[in-house]
Design a binder for this molecule. Sequence first.
Ligand code: NAP
Ligand code: ZN
Ligand code: ZN
Length: 346
Amino acid sequence: MTSRGYVAHAATSALVPYEFARRELRPHDVARDVLYAGICHSDIHQAREEWGPSLFPMVPGHEIIGVVSAVGAAATKFRVGDRIGLGVFVDSCRSCENCRAGLQQYCTKGMTPTYNAYERDGTTIAFGGYANQFVVDETYAVRVADSLDPAGAAPLLCAGITLYSPLRHWGAGPGKRVAIIGLGGLGHMGVQFAHAMGAAVTVFSHSAHKRDDATALGADHFVVTSNPAAVDALDERYDLIINSTSADIDLNPYLRLLALDGALVIVGLSGVPVTIDQQLLLRARRSLAGSQIGGLDEIQEMMDFCAEHDITSLVEVINADYINEAWTRTVASDVTYRFVIDATTF
Ligand code: NAP
Ligand code: ZN
Ligand code: ZN
């Protein structure tokens, strides 16, 4: 089927309108009309080759909410009219230890990303969610409750799960002190989740004007990091600190703030290698770790958690012709807190 979207043809070019073919339905596929697609900072990193060489033409987008418009002959998971979500991967090997454990994002043979990748046939370029239609194997889509605002739910598919997963893995909950560095698309989801899980939440932000938003989202404390002395002067200790910034920041001042056995988890991916003072790890048996999105079961769990706790992303809904400006503003941390594209405008 012919779909309309927006494409980047090269790392230095602006996104422009694009017509391209989606595959015909395979037996286990579902087709859906896209409702909203979120703009993740990873879209920008990849289109601009900040993580290394990318694959062009690139239709970005991996926070996709849509309504099922057709189902394949053997598809049983969804019906026409169901609201479903699709995130950062559209396939994986399905047989490795991690896939079998529901951790498709850590597939040992490599997950198939939603874009900037070849599909598993090794030749077809995967086109992402900045488009009016999508076709995907039903296994890789999740159910989205009708009670959730669909625009606000789109960012859950990447920003949401990327914070939900480490918060769960490292046991955020009552009695735990959690800090989130960066109140962006990812960070503002982390604050809501950690608060809903019962943890005490601190936000480290280089944007002083975000204080009131952080409080409204559930933060107990807010520290402005543009003055490094403010961080160095802190006497607090945290069990879990999640770095969700898109920029190359010095992590050492935050390692010092971890309690005994505390963990600093990196989810933000500037693409620039970090330097660590090892003594800061040794002195309190601290861990430095990374975490990547979440598996299908956990995405569904998060969706249900959001429906239960009435959690969605704060979004600015835009038309497709505003994408380039939205990218510029995202890089400048000038978005409250996620741009979401109205897919009827492609
Ligand atoms: P975003 O909405 O642009 O938010 C990033 C935040 O980083 C900004 O809001 C800002 O927060 C902070 N920041 C930006 N520039 C900074 C600077 N120069 N110094 C200090 N802080 C700065 O980006 P996002 O979509 O949340 O993505 C964040 C990062 O996570 C990106 O690198 C993205 O690629 C990565 N990511 C990783 C995964 C994963 O699976 N691990 C998934 C999705 C995204 P303040 O204004 O509050 O300081
Ligand atoms: Zn993303
Ligand atoms: Zn696998």
